[in-house]
Design a protein around this ligand. Sequence first.
Ligand code: BES
Ligand code: ZN
Ligand code: ZN
Length: 496
Amino acid sequence: MKVEFLSSQVSAEADLYVVGVYQGSSEGPFEGELSTIDERLSNAITSLLKSEEITGKANEVTLLHTFGKLAAKKVLVLGLGELDKYDEQAVRKSAATIVKTARKEKLAKVASPIFKGANDQVSYGFAKAFAEGIHLANYEFEGYNSKREESTCLDAFYITGLDSDEASRGLDAGHAYAEGTNLARQLVNTPGNLLTPTDFANQALEVAKRHGFESEILDVEDMKRFGMGGLLAVASGSQQPPKMIVLKYQGKSEWTDVLGLVGKGITFDTGGISIKPAADMDLMKTDMGGGAAVLGAMETIGRLKPAVNVVAVIPATENMSGGAAYKPGDVITTMSGKTIEVLNTDAEGRIVLADGVFYAKHLGANRIIDLATLTGAVVIALGDVTTGAMTNNDEFLSEFLACAGTTGEKVWQLPTFDEYKEQIKSSVADVANIGGRGAGSITAGLFIGTFVEDTPWIHLDIAGTAYLKKETDLGPKGATGVMVRTLVEFTTQQAE
Ligand code: BES
Ligand code: ZN
Ligand code: ZN
C-alpha cells in the first residue's frame, strides 16, 4: 500500500473519502472536509447528524454513495467517540476501521484526514497510532489455494491534515511497528512444513541482511559443543535439524547493557512421546509465536535504529515423536550445567528456553525478556485477551507494563511465590519439567526462571494471544503478532 500526503481530500483520485465525527458534536469539530463533501452530497451528512442517524459513537460506520458528485464512489462518515476521550488507542482503532471498511467494500484507494482529537496539531503518538492502524488492518495472509481469491488489500492511502515533522516521524515509526508485527503474523500463519527451523533461520538471516545485524545460526555440532542438551533433547525426534538463531543489534558504542529477547521457536509441537490429542493439533504450527515476535521486533528495531543493544535468541526445532525422540523419565543436562527430569515431553518449550535464556546471558544479555506460546493453562486463566507475565524484578516489569499501556496490548502479571517452586522439584535432577495440574503457567514460567537466575527477567506467555480464530480490531483472524509493538516500545524507550 502506498501512502501519500495531500492537502485536500476532494482532489484525491480515491474510491473512498473519510469524514470523522465526534460524539455529541453535530456542530463540529469535524475531522476532514465535511462541509465541502456535505455540500456536494446535498447536505446528506448534516441532515443525518441532525436526525441523529449519525451519532459519532466510536467506530460507527455510515457509508454514503456519491453518485458521481465526487471523485470517490463512497464517503465513510466515521464515528470517533467523545472528543476528550479520543486517545492513541482510539486513533489506532479508527484507522483500522477505515481500512477494514474499505476492504469489505472493495474500495482500493482511500483518502482520509489524520485525526488529532482535542490537540491543536497531530501529535507524534497520534500519527504513529494512525499508521499502525492502517498497516495492521491492511495485512492479509494469502494462503495457498491454487485459485487465489482476489486480494482486498488497499493500493493507496492518501492522508490529509499532516501538519508537522513530528507527525510525519510518527507515521514512519507506526509503519515500522506494523511491519514488524506483520512479519511475526506471517511467520506464525505459515504451516510447519513450510517454516521448518531451517526456514525460520533463513528468515532471520534476511532480517539481519536487511538491517546490517550480526547473526549466528548454531547447528547441531555447535549445540553439542556448548552442551545445549535441552534443545538437542527436544529436537531428537525430528528429521529437521534444529537451529539456535541469534541476531545482534548494537546501537551503542560498547556491547554493554544488552537486552536479551528470547523466543520459543517450536515450528511444530506434536507433544512428542507424550503426544497431543488430534483435535486442533494443526494449530501447533503457531508454537513458534514467541520466536516470531522476537524476529518481528528485530525487524522494527532495524528500521528505527534506537541507541540500545539487543541480542535476539530463538531456539528453533520441531517437537516430534519417533525412535530417537526424548522420553518421559529422561534426565538431560542443559548448557547451564543444570539437569532436567523430563516428566512430559509436551512441556518442551520451557526446555528449549532453558538453553535459550542461558545462551542469551552467555552473549552478554544483562536483562532478559522471554516470549513463548508456553501453556494451555494461561488460556484457561486469561483467555485470548491478555498475555500472562512473570518477573523476578518488579521494577523491570512495571516499565514494561507502562509500554503495554501505550501500545494497547494487554498484559497481566502472575505471581512467583516460592511455594510454587516446590511443584517443580525433582528427586533425580535439579528441576522437573512439569509441576502438576495447579498453576500450570506459573510453574512453567518459574522453570525458565531457574535458568535465568538473578538476571532481571520478564516472561511472557502468549499461548492465548498469539493466534485467534476470530478477526480483531487491528487485523484478520489468525496470527496477531502480539507483543511485537510492546517489545519495540520498551526497547526504544530504553534509548531515551
Ligand atoms: N505449545 C504448548 C502450549 C500451547 C497450548 C500453546 C495451547 C498454544 C495453545 C506447550 O508446549 C504445551 O503443550 N504445554 C503443555 C504443558 C503441560 C504438558 C504441562 C500444556 O499446556 O498442556
Ligand atoms: Zn508442548
Ligand atoms: Zn509447545
